[in-house]
Design a protein around this ligand. Structure first.
Ligand code: ADP
Length: 385
């Protein structure tokens, strides 16, 4: 086609091509935009003025148990039946959001969602959801922890106050006064141990990861544990007919990398537990053993009462005790194994526990090869699982 008509057709085609290109570019931008919202860790849902679902990302469909295709244009109120959400949805002011049960959790760990509705456009609403399960769990743990600490401090404090009042109000003879003062001193020590363990825990939590370059002789650590263990044993068995049989390995040349304070605290906690829970006459063996794969194991074995299997998984929880009275009698705080586990984790090590009721327990820390240098021991033990 020539002439004017040809010119018109040519220009129209060009315009059409350009408009097609623009449409494709807009489509591409829209797809990129939707892909970005899909990648969001939060749920995003668009609702029309009647409350019908126009679009939602994958996270929102998991949070609310919605099928992104089947449930399109369904009313949100029919699909999300949680009473907290229903009450929130009809409020006129939704700025503060609400929390509700999500659909993505398990029976033992139900999902908790924080949801917010934001108005936009002409009567449309944007529904944002965030998984706050871990956050709520951490908050519950913090509350439990504060309640436990308060309880642990209140008990000795109540006893102390009672004794102070008795001393103030009753005419006691010398022997009675001495006995009361001794009991008061025990309660004060109990609070002191608790505060000291709490400080250890918070110091560990707040400090940078232990250096892999600070090497120290294992013998020094074992020596310090031995001094503490023997002193504690002498204290606890004083006046009894039998003593503990304590045995400590000597490993000249072996070294370990990490934080000396933390390692000492973890190791001596295991030794102190063995001494405290093993009745006089029992034996405690503390060893250091390089393993064939380059790791090394610090182990404390005792012939104490042992621990029933159902308690083992909970022993490292703060304030968890199998035997409350024995723990308190011997100056336990319920924080020892929590400290050990924390220190082990920070050093890339693993805390292992084996115990048979009536026969004794074996607690060990297996250190990674990168933090261990072998000593004089020539035949490494087989790998511990
Ligand atoms: P505690 O200060 O009460 O000893 P831990 O966290 O050190 O707290 O230990 C938790 C609980 O594990 C103890 O209360 C005790 O019941 C049990 N336990 C720990 N070590 C031993 C052991 N060697 N023998 C028997 N029971 C133990």
């Amino acid at each position: 086609m020539a002439g004017l008509w040809g010119e018109i057709v040519g220009r129209t085609r060009k315009l059409l091509r350009e408009s097609e290109k623009q449409t494709q570019a807009s489509e591409r931008r829209l797809q990129e935009f939707l892909a970005a919202i899909q990648a969001s860790p939060n749920g995003v849902m668009l609702l029309d003025p009647e409350g019908r679902i126009e679009w939602c990302n994958q996270t929102a469909s998991e949070h609310f148990g919605i099928d992104a295709e089947r449930d399109m244009l369904q009313l949100i109120g029919n699909l999300v039946r949680d009473p907290a959400f229903a009450a929130y949805y009809v409020q006129s002011d939704t700025a503060r959001g609400t929390t509700m049960m999500g659909r993505g959790g398990t029976a033992s760990r139900p999902m908790r969602l924080s949801v917010h509705l934001h108005p936009y456009g002409e009567g449309r609403r944007l529904l944002l959801s965030t998984d706050v399960t871990a956050l709520e769990q951490a908050e519950a743990m913090r509350r439990d922890f504060v309640a436990n600490v308060s309880h642990e401090i209140r008990t000795p404090l109540t006893v102390l106050t009672g004794f102070v009042e008795t001393l103030q109000s009753l005419p006691l003879d010398q022997a009675e006064r001495a006995r009361y003062l001794e009991l008061m001193s025990q309660q004060a020590s109990r609070m002191q141990s608790l505060v000291s363990d709490l400080l250890t825990l918070s110091r560990i939590e707040g400090s940078p990861p232990p250096s892999p370059l600070d090497w120290m002789p294992v013998d020094d650590l074992l020596g310090a544990c031995e001094d503490e263990g023997r002193a504690l044993s002498a204290l606890l068995t004083a006046g009894q007919s039998a003593e503990h049989l304590l045995q400590f390995d000597h490993v000249p040349g072996a070294s370990l990398a990490g934080s000396r304070g933390e390692l000492l605290s973890a190791m001596s906690n295991l030794v102190s537990n063995a001494v405290r829970y093993t009745p006089a006459g029992g034996s405690i063996k503390v060893s250091w053993q390089p393993l064939s794969d380059g790791r090394a194991e610090f182990a404390v074995r005792d012939t104490g009462p042992g621990i029933a299997p159902e308690h083992l998984p909970r022993l490292t929880e703060r304030f968890y005790r199998v035997d409350r009275s024995r723990s308190r009698e011997t100056g336990g705080t319920g924080l020892g194994l929590a400290i050990v586990k924390h220190v082990a984790q920070r050093h890339g090590a693993e805390l292992q526990m084996q115990s048979t009721p009536g026969q004794g327990s074996r607690f060990s820390i297996v250190f990674p090869a990168a933090r261990v240098r072998a000593g004089a021991t020539s035949n490494p033990a087989p790998t511990v699982q």
